[in-house]
Design a protein around this ligand. Structure first.
Ligand code: ATP
Ligand code: MG
Length: 388
């Protein structure tokens, strides 16, 4: 009897100890869950967990921003299916599984809208108490902006180098061209004064001198453009209305437009569009892009040629869109058009300097130029510059 009650007391003691332990584990579990929830809800990174087959079982709120997909569209899908190239991502996961250790890799994912998102991915193998692998946890930090910036810097460096070389060549050519121009002027005077020349010879000589003058002018034009491109002159900033500069551009190109049927449509934001920037450089950009549109419409020989200018103010930026309905630019050439000397125009008509100069200027003003173009539909250049 006595031994029974002592056993009972012992059992009660054990039970209360176990209950206490359980409560403390519950509290611990609650804290851990709260901690995890806090991370999954608030981290900016994409954090996911998959089962052993790579099927997503957990996905952080930040992931919705990084990939664009809401939670319910990701759960149950293979994480590999979100990679731009699953064949590249799968071996990374396999390495993580094989080594059991953490693996860090840069992976390109496909955003819901189709664009590419670059992430720095840390993968860890998830194991159970028996040490068996039950899944994978990944923390993916969006590095798209950093990557783009790096690419831009490389491109800018390359462009600066080409610019320096081109400027050197331009400088060297400038002097002989000036001498040729002067000599041609001198020959012209000699021919004019020469007596006893037969009329045919005189005509031929005059034609030749005219050609020399025209070609030297062309050379000077190119060398000046190149020198302008390479010169690192700081922009002179003043306060002005972008709409006025656009009107000046159209006015300046009046003579180019006169012999065409091209219609210029203005779709301007209400009121003046004030910015603190360099109006002279901006006008150079508008003239280049406008001239390209006029040429493209001319090549197409379209009757219904149209150039539309739209302006917008967006937060601390001003956007100017110059759109034409000419033949468009094939996708494979769309990055090339910003390269120095890339032109599809016949010799004498294009030097391939217009757009690289434009991009250089706009970037110097703290903005950027992008384009949208569809073959047989048209091309739109978007110029974005900061208000100040
Ligand atoms: N609006 C447009 N529509 C179709 N193609 C275009 C348009 N704008 C530019 N391009 C293409 O981009 C190329 C490069 O343009 P860019 O202004 O740099 O040089 P370019 O016009 O050929 O010569 P430059 O401007 O030096 O006289 C053009 O030759 C043309 O093929
Ligand atoms: Mg051009």
């Amino acid at each position: 009897m006595e031994s029974n009650s002592s056993q009972l007391a012992e059992l009660e003691g054990k039970l209360s100890k176990v209950t206490l332990e359980l409560t403390s584990h519950k509290i611990e579990l609650h804290k851990t869950r709260g901690y995890l929830q806090c991370i999954l809800q608030n981290a900016r990174d994409l954090i996911f967990a998959t089962d052993a087959e790579g099927v997503v079982i957990s996905y952080s709120k930040g992931g919705e921003k990084v990939l664009g997909y809401p939670l319910e569209e990701v759960l149950g899908r293979s994480i590999g299916s979100f990679a731009r190239d699953p064949d590249v991502f799968s071996p990374v996961i396999a390495t993580c599984h094989k080594d059991g250790s953490s693996v860090v890799h840069d992976v390109a994912f496909r955003h819901m809208e189709g664009k590419t998102v670059y992430c720095n991915v840390s993968l860890m193998s998830l194991t159970n108490r028996e040490g068996q692998r039950v899944g994978t946890v990944g923390i993916c930090q969006d590095i798209t902006r950093r990557k783009k910036l790096q690419e831009d810097l490389i491109q800018l460096d390359r462009l600066a180098e080409i610019g320096r070389i081109a400027a050197g060549v331009a400088h060297e050519i400038n002097n002989p061209v000036a001498v040729i121009k002067e000599a041609a002027g001198w020959v012209k005077e000699v021919v004019a004064d020469a007596e006893g020349l037969n009329p045919d010879d005189r005509k031929e000589l005059e034609e030749s001198i005219k050609k020399i003058s025209a070609q030297t002018r062309r050379c000077r034009n190119i060398t000046h453009k190149l020198l302008g491109f390479a010169r690192e002159s700081a922009p002179t900033k003043t306060e002005f209305d972008v709409h006025e500069v656009l009107e000046d551009t159209i006015d300046f190109l009046k003579s180019e437009l006169k012999y065409t049927t091209i219609k210029v449509a203005r779709n301007f934001a209400k009121g003046p569009l004030s910015v603190n920037s360099d109006s002279r450089l901006l006008e150079q950009v508008f003239v280049n892009i406008f001239t390209n549109a006029i040429h493209a419409l001319g090549e197409k020989g379209a009757e219904n040629g149209r150039i539309e200018i739209q302006t917008h103010k967006r937060n601390s930026d001003v956007e100017i869109k110059i759109e034409d309905n000419a033949g468009g630019i094939p996708e494979k050439d769309q990055e090339k058009i910003f390269e120095l000397f890339y032109t599809t125009k016949p010799p004498g008509k294009g030097t391939g300097l217009g757009l690289p100069i434009c991009r250089n200027i706009v970037r110097n003003l703290g903005g950027d130029i992008t384009l949208e173009s569809t073959v047989d539909v048209g091309t739109a250049f978007n110029i974005r510059i900061p208000v100040s």
